[in-house]
Design a protein around this ligand. Structure first.
Ligand SMILES: [Zn+2]
Length: 367
């Protein structure tokens, strides 16, 4: 692979009260908009956004997001967008509302604005959208071909959400640099277009994501728990949303996400957020790649301080059987799993053994 490639959103704007500027950012993209709003904000934020769009000369039709980024929900949004002749789709809410907006815009051929209301995933910046069944079971990833035109992040809105979302976003962001390194070492393709080698820029952003988490993560968590918007919180919102999103898309993910996906074959893990499971996956990845003990200790102490899971017991798997762990190992090894981008040879047995060992190391016991 001789070509390197980089991609990202055209604009990223973050700050307190930013959502009030929606008209200024949407108007240059199209005079007719489809607005997809998370149910939680239907009565509160929607009227304000509609008024701001009208004032900017954008005619908007609003849909209340159904809660799941399913084929049916996407089709409903596509139909509404086509009927209105929408040139821009604006998604407001959590990862699933934004993914629905991105995929709908892709089908309509419209521009995209994402307005995240929590900082728990890197969906707002990415060109990928995830489809689930109406019951919420993972189905597939859609490559939307382009990143959002504008990512509008209102930090005042985000700091009002429960701090568990911000911590979970940090768990997801924690994986970014370790997984970027896996991909660089294994010379895997990134997720830009059909896949290129990672660029210096992509790797530097992934590293900046890690440094920001280590510097500001704990202070941001303490402030966010009290609903306070400090510079550390602003930095962590950017790390979780922009740096993590650009880092993973431009470098690739590996075993922290692969083990996350495999762990979902065990029902008790369904009660945890994506970033919480990924955080535990990071510890497993470090054991799998046999990284220096100082790296494991740094990630472990970070996760502990944020209340992120570090042991199987923290994910409801305290008494998991050897048979179930073998199933997880098998699931991780399926062809197409992102686990294969680690720079080490893999077997299902090795993956299962590394997961159990990471958990034992976090217990402080002998592995
Ligand atoms: Zn993730």
């Amino acid at each position: 692979m001789t070509q390197r490639g980089y991609g990202g959103p055209l604009r990223y704007v973050q700050g307190p009260g930013t959502v009030a500027d929606i008209g200024r950012y949407a108007a240059p993209l199209g005079s007719r908009a489809l607005l997809i709003v998370d149910g939680f904000f239907w009565d509160t934020l929607r009227p304000e956004i509609e008024a701001a769009l009208t004032q900017a000369g954008v005619s908007a039709v609003s849909l209340r997001f159904g809660g799941e980024s399913s084929e049916t929900e996407i089709a409903r949004c596509v139909a509404a967008g086509r009927e209105h002749g929408a040139g821009v789709v604006i998604g407001l809410g959590g990862g699933k509302a934004l993914d629905t907006g991105k995929i709908a815009a892709f089908h309509i051929g419209a521009r995209i604005v994402t307005v995240p209301t929590i900082a728990s995933t890197d969906s707002p910046t990415s060109s990928l959208g995830v489809v689930y069944s109406p019951e919420g079971v993972y189905d597939r990833v859609v490559r939307c071909g382009r990143n959002p035109d504008v990512v509008l992040v209102d930090s005042e809105l985000i700091v009002q959400a429960p701090a568990r979302f911000l911590a979970s976003g940090m768990g997801d962001a924690l994986s970014t640099w370790y997984e970027a390194r896996s991909n660089i070492e294994s010379r895997s393709r990134n997720y830009i277009g059909e896949g290129y080698a990672a660029s210096i820029g992509g790797y530097a952003i992934a590293r900046a994501c890690h440094d920001t988490l280590m510097r500001d993560g704990r202070a941001a968590f303490a402030a966010a728990k009290a609903g306070r918007l400090t510079p550390a919180v602003e930095n962590i919102i950017e790390a979780n949303t922009l740096l993590s999103g650009l880092g993973f898309e431009n470098c690739g993910v590996s075993a922290a996400h692969g083990i996350h996906d495999a762990l979902t074959v065990l029902e008790p893990t369904h009660h945890f957020f994506h970033g919480e499971k990924v955080a535990f996956g990071v510890l497993c990845l470090l054991v799998l790649e046999n990284r220096p003990p100082e790296e494991f200790a740094e990630a472990l102490s970070f996760c502990r301080d944020l209340g992120l899971p570090t042991k199987l017991a923290d994910l409801g798997l305290g008494d998991v059987s050897a048979t179930d762990m073998a199933r997880v190992g098998e699931a991780a090894m399926l062809p197409g799993s992102v686990v294969h981008s680690v720079p080490v040879d893999l077997t299902a047995r090795k993956i299962a053994d590394c997961i159990v060992t990471a958990s034992a190391l976090a217990e402080g016991g002998s592995a």
